[in-house]
Design a protein around this ligand. Structure first.
Ligand SMILES: [Zn+2]
Length: 461
């Protein structure tokens, strides 16, 4: 390796939105920024099972932008394969990871058992990628650092900066040998609903940024209107409104939207159940970090609402089963967000054939999931070996994303460039079309300075 150069290698999320991982290497250290799992269709998830490019024992540290599994979910595997370095993240990211990584371990184990039972040998694997014990074991390597606080590790000066994506989410700036690098992580929208809006990111010589919605613009206007329609429909029919939602971020956002509508007398008071142990735990983490929540949400006394008798946080299985006998109108929010597992599947089994009920989808439904099938308008579904007619109303709202849209991404980059023009901008974490389009619309940086790295591509700086 050229002696005084910094080696930057893109190991994931190049042309995809998952598997975020970048290696930075000098003669003194080897560190990752993010260590995410690939998620989605089988051909993408298979990448997780390929041998790691570098021996985890040789990695000195991981700088983690946020808790989402596509940025953090490789950590238990690295630890299982011998990683004993430090993992730096913000305190709230760590609190969420205690929940998310253990769950990821359980899911990996379950999936492996399922595939083995069915004798599906596509992955040619003798054991699960990792399990809950591996995940728990990895927690000992974490070290938390508050936002906007510089710290050093092996000559690297690093700092996390609030990015408004989910609780704890940061962009991370690394200063190495008089060169600076800014990794965007996932960028929140400028006008967030639940979280505090992002801060202006610092400048840097090299910017590595996401491009999830590099080719799209959000339209959030009809979220409240559609939510009112869905609630009023089950009020009239005395049915149940089933909302599948991710445990971290999405569930809390839906709760806040419902709260606003109640405050404004747009919907009547009715029981709201959060039937997901993970969402319940994540909601408690939210209550611990009011400084990362929008001031208006705190002023609105939203946290008091979550702690009030209006909201039923259900953790045990008995409580969940009891909901099967509950007569509407009521709202049940449960995970997983794409109905690919979890308690929501049981609620669908119990409610989907009844015309009084409504299912409301509030997020992206990936190809191959039950959620996608329902959104597409399937007349019948098969669950637990029973065929069920879909008689409940199916509605979906695609709004209030946790990601900045094209305009938001350009604004974020513009904010970082306000005092310093970067040498290069590397665009990652987006489908090919999306990152090409983003490159095309960035007008204030020369075209040849904007790079779309390929998987495993190396740059010497
Ligand atoms: Zn994310």
């Amino acid at each position: 390796m050229e002696s005084d150069k910094i080696r930057l290698q893109f190991l994931g999320a190049t042309g995809y939105v998952t598997g975020s991982r970048t290696l930075i290497e000098t003669n003194q250290f080897r560190v990752y920024v993010d260590a995410g799992l690939y998620q989605g269709p089988k051909y993408i998830e298979e990448k997780n099972y390929k041998t790691l490019e570098s021996d985890p024992k040789t990695i000195n540290a991981i700088f983690l932008t946020h808790a989402h599994i596509d940025h953090s979910g490789l950590i238990p595997l690295l630890v299982k394969k011998g990683f004993t370095g430090k993992i730096f993240c913000t305190p709230s990211t760590y609190d969420l990871l205690e929940i998310l990584l253990l769950d990821a371990g359980r899911l990996q184990d379950e999936e492996f058992r399922f595939l083995s039972k069915k004798k599906i040998v596509e992955y040619r694997l003798n054991e699960a990628l990792y399990n809950e014990d591996d995940a728990r074991n990895s927690l000992q390597y974490f070290e938390t650092v508050p936002f906007d606080t510089k710290f050093t590790f092996k000559g690297i000066t690093a700092s996390f900066h609030w990015n408004g994506h989910i609780l704890g989410a940061a962009c991370v700036k690394l200063e190495i040998n008089q060169k600076s690098f800014l990794f965007s992580g996932d960028i929140g929208p400028k006008n967030t609903v639940l979280h505090k809006s992002r801060n202006k990111p610092p400048g840097a010589d090299y910017i590595i940024m996401e491009s999830t919605y590099g080719d799209r613009k959000h339209d959030d206007d009809d979220f409240y209107k559609k939510m009112i329609e869905a609630v009023m429909l089950i009020v009239r029919k005395k049915g149940i409104l089933l909302i599948p939602a991710f445990a971290v971020g999405r569930t809390q956002l839906i709760l806040y939207v419902l709260y606003r509508l109640l405050q404004d007398d747009k919907i009547p008071h009715l029981p709201i159940f959060i039937d997901s142990p993970m969402a319940t735990k994540a909601t408690r983490v939210y209550l611990k970090y009011p400084e990362e929540i929008a001031a208006i949400v705190i002023k609105d006394k939203f946290f008091e609402f979550i702690n009030s008798k209006n909201i039923h946080l259900i953790e045990d299985v008995i409580g969940s089963k009891r909901l099967n006998f509950f007569n509407g109108p009521a709202i049940i929010i449960s995970a997983s967000g794409m109905c690919s597992g979890g308690r929501i599947v049981h609620h669908i089994f119990n409610r989907i054939w009844d015309r009084r009920n409504t299912m409301l989808f509030v997020g992206y439904q990936a190809e191959g999931t039950l959620g996608r099938k329902l959104v597409r308008g399937s007349a019948r579904i098969k669950l637990f070996n029973r065929e069920l007619p879909v008689r409940a109303s199916i509605k979906s709202i695609d709004a209030f994303s946790a990601h900045a849209d094209q305009t938001g991404l350009i604004e974020w980059l513009g904010d970082s460039c306000r005092n310093q023009t970067p040498e290069n901008v590397f665009i990652i974490h987006g489908e090919e079309e999306s990152r090409h389009e983003l490159k095309h619309v960035i007008k204030f940086i020369d075209d040849e300075k904007i790079i779309l790295p390929r998987t495993e591509e190396v740059f010497y700086i």
